[in-house]
Ligand binder design. Sequence first.
Ligand SMILES: [Zn+2]
Length: 147
Amino acid sequence: MMQGLNITKSGENCMGEIYKCCENPQITYFAPVNINIDERTIGTVDVWRCAVCKKKFCEEKQLGIDSITDIVGMPRIEDGEKWGVIVSKLQKGKDKWKLVKLKQSGIIKYETLDEKILELKIEDYKIVDDYHSSFLVEDHLNKAVEI
Ligand SMILES: [Zn+2]
């Protein structure tokens, strides 16, 4: 029996959809934030900014690995969210950090290396947890952060 292919044409799922932060985005490179362990840079968060609406966009870069995902346009961030880096005390090296979007308060779902989903509490754009901490990208532009 032949089955029809399930092709989703909904705009929401369309990978090629380009997110626009405003009517006429002018996005330029803004600043890097280096992630250091023992004073060695192991990764970078690249920060881009739209000159029109001033929204910032971030991209996570592990040292020595070219962009893993092919993002068309810039990764989306909602109003009221800020770019942050979550730092895990349970991991080492490049697995110790991850770029995330933090809300002012609430719960963030964080996927661990072994694909467990942790629910971490956020207070004032900061993760409050015994094994995880976080910092905001905007507080460390053009700086290196030791994790
Ligand atoms: Zn814009």
